[in-house]
Design a protein around this ligand. Structure first.
Ligand code: NAD
Length: 372
């Protein structure tokens, strides 16, 4: 493996900063792998790009993302722009021979996601998606609990993802309410719990969905009102292989919920429960406990839950959201180095996209949709 790797970053909003922090931190946290060289940063114009490049530690700055992609010093490109840009930017990077770390959702149109998966496979480069929640050491621990049979055979799953950034009916309309961003809660939110399902229990096989718009229109920064084009809530029934049924509820207008991704997995011998709002703990109920001592026990994140130990040696002190991004970055670098890695690549990402589009199709038809 090379001793360093050249990084390009497109976009410097919420996720752009998370990627920048991850690229800055990954070597200090993990010690191994190549040292990231922060080579080139792209934004909507050169002034913003220059300012952010200085803040984040990147050398070159451009207002034209194609210049970054053409830069021979860039080996890997972080795509952190709004959803509508993912397909074009990721495919251009792959075609230029770069590895790609693209934010979720993979694309807006299913045909674009299919093209991205094909481009990744043809390029021989590593292309992974920003499914950071699968990186939580406690999500890995849930995987271990399922694998060793502690809760028996899983028969039912309940997933919820709620936040309140769209709960205020007078909040300004922005790209997340435009159809160019996708369906709304389904591809903005739904893909995250689906990524957890994918790594813990495998793919969804059948769906029945209902979508809704809590608010018909929103104010714009120009002082007018415009129709909301996306669905901020989704209620979904689903089935998975091996007789697992499930329910998924999504709401971007849920006052009081700040970052809830609640997961309940019910098995023949117990239950495991997790909520991203309390990302450093999980709850486990084991039916074989003595009847007088039955109840959910709380397990706090600790160095025994790798790679928590790479951040901090003390149990119960906790990791944060940006630490998940650092772990994701490390897994990406492992994949680039040819090691086995815990990532959702473009081919598995396409599986998730197909489920999301099947959910929209089910809503449109008012019927169950079976995935191939
Ligand atoms: P944002 O609006 O905060 O940031 C987007 C950035 O892209 C802005 O800085 C904008 O100026 C820049 N940009 C837009 N067009 C550009 C162009 N043509 N060239 C260069 N830069 C351009 O958005 P965000 O919340 O960071 O979301 C970005 C992506 O990250 C979305 O796809 C979103 O779904 C995803 N996201 C992922 C997570 C997660 O947990 N993994 C969380 C939030 C957002």
């Amino acid at each position: 493996m090379k001793s360093s790797i050249g990084v390009g970053l497109i976009g410097t909003g919420y996720m752009g900063k998370c990627h920048a922090l991850a690229w800055n931190g990954v070597k200090a946290v993990f010690g191994d792998g190549p040292r990231p060289r922060l080579v080139h940063l792209a934004e909507v114009n050169r002034d913003i790009a220059r300012q952010k490049a200085d803040e984040f530690g990147f050398g070159k700055a451009t207002g034209d993302w194609r210049e970054l992609i053409a830069d021979p010093d860039v080996d890997v490109v972080s795509v952190t722009t709004p959803n509508a840009f993912h397909a074009e930017m990721a495919m251009a990077a792959l075609e230029a021979g770069k590895h790609v770390w693209c934010e979720k959702p993979m694309a807006v149109a299913l045909a674009d996601a299919e093209r991205m998966a094909a481009a990744a496979s043809a390029s021989g480069k590593v292309a992974v998606l920003g499914y950071n929640y699968i990186q939580n050491p406690l999500i890995r621990q849930i995987g271990a609990i399922l694998a060793d049979g502690t809760i028996g055979t899983v028969n039912h799953v309940r997933l919820e993802m709620d936040e309140d950034f769209m709960a205020d009916p007078e909040a300004l309309l922005y790209w997340k309410s435009e159809a160019s961003s996708g369906y709304g809660a389904l591809d903005d939110f739904g893909v995250h719990p689906l990524s957890l399902l994918q790594v813990l229990l495998g793919p969804v096989t059948k769906v029945f969905a209902h979508l809704s718009k809590p608010y018909a229109d929103r104010p714009t920064k120009e002082g007018t009102r415009r129709a909301v084009e996306t669905f901020d809530t989704a209620s979904v029934l689903f089935e998975m292989g091996a007789g697992i049924s499930g329910v998924m509820a999504l709401n971007r207008s849920a006052w009081g919920r700040k970052g809830r991704i609640a997961l309940q997995i019910f098995g023949s011998k117990g239950t495991v429960v997790y909520d991203q709002e309390r990302m450093n703990e999980l709850q486990l109920y084991v039916a074989s406990d003595r009847p007088t001592e039955q109840g959910f026990r709380t397990i706090l994140a600790a160095p025994q839950h790798a790679p928590y130990d790479r951040f901090i040696p003390a149990p119960g002190h906790g990791l944060g959201f940006n630490d998940l991004k650092i772990i994701e970055c490390h897994e990406l670098l492992k994949a680039i180095g040819g090691e086995s890695a815990r990532v959702i690549d473009f081919s598995t990402g396409l599986v998730i996209e197909k489920v999301v589009h099947a959910m929209y199709e089910s809503h449109r038809r008012g019927a169950w949709v079976v995935l191939e």
